[in-house]
Design a protein around this ligand. Sequence first.
Ligand SMILES: *Cc1c(COP(=O)(O)O)cnc(C)c1O
Length: 386
Amino acid sequence: MKGTFPIEKFGALQTPFYYYDATLLRNTLKTIQEEAGKYNKFCVHYAVKANANPKVLGIIRESGLGVDCVSGGEIKAAVKAGFPASKIVYAGVGKTDWEINLGLDYDIFCFNVESIPELEVINELAAAKNKIARVAFRINPDVGAHTHANITTGLAENKFGISMADMNRVIDLALEMKHVKFVGLHFHIGSQILDMGDFVALCNRINELQEQLYARQIIVEHINVGGGLGIDYAHPNRQPIPDFAGYFATYHKHLRLRPQQTLHFELGRSVVAQCGSLITRVTYVKQGTNKQFAIVDAGMSDLIRPALYQAYHKIENVSSEEPMETYDVVGPICESSDVFGKAIDMNRTKRGDFLAIRSAGAYGEIMASVYNCRELPKGFLSEEIL
Ligand SMILES: *Cc1c(COP(=O)(O)O)cnc(C)c1O
């Protein structure tokens, strides 16, 4: 089964472009709010780095989610889209002074601090403004996620977070500082996680750390478990809305929250991936020695995930109902890795057909570059072009 696209409207638009199904996005957000809402004190933030298209951000803001930012630029984008600063959390291993100052000026909800030097700088910069910064510590839980090596973040070997052995020391430091307030613990173990057992492992680790703190009579107000819930790239239509019910239930069942604690989530991919497709036109069909190529007008500059992580995206010819044939779908860029898929079965394809590269709403448009002096792709909501 193919997705449904208004291809009669696509002719007027310059390809390649990102197409966002606004109805699916709204339904996804509604499901998240309903499922998280079943539990007292579950609070969901959207990870802006997955997609910061202003129109997409606008819809997400209407749903009432908070945001997770990883740069000053993302804080600006979130504020511009209308998210209240009181719902912004800010993570990142390399926050610069201007970025910290921006967060202080907006009085964001929390800095997720990843090292002692960073804590010291936040304390100094907050002192200069006579403010008190709320801080949570990002602890590296040394929990592996069964996903691509480039997108695991919670192993001791990764650059992220503070080691568990240092947790008590950084908390003691923060408690002595006058311009920071220690409010929580933060974790994020990776992305595109489909095995709920990985989240269970994180819960067990947090339970252990909480016991250690409890023994010292410390109960943090906020626990933040990051994001990472994966989606079905192979079958974008089978379950276009990920299993949020199962995801939140896993945390409810395995994490021992104290009554006064709020549990925060930072979901990116699972919110926006399935609503987006990269729409591209076939420029040429070329017969190679043993295969045929569909050469399209989108390239790795528009969607880099296949080249960067060998990521799979389902590709459909949405203009053709002819019998299936096999193609390598490639872009025009002068790199051998500029390939969207090898040996892809698609309806017989000709020059001018529209292809939809599916599940591209997350880490797609936002990662686009101008490599080869190409223009950045535009993004359109379904409701704009109907
Ligand atoms: C990237 C990131 C997320 C979102 O991850 P997804 O896999 O897209 O849900 C959440 N929190 C932090 C700190 C991140 O860096």
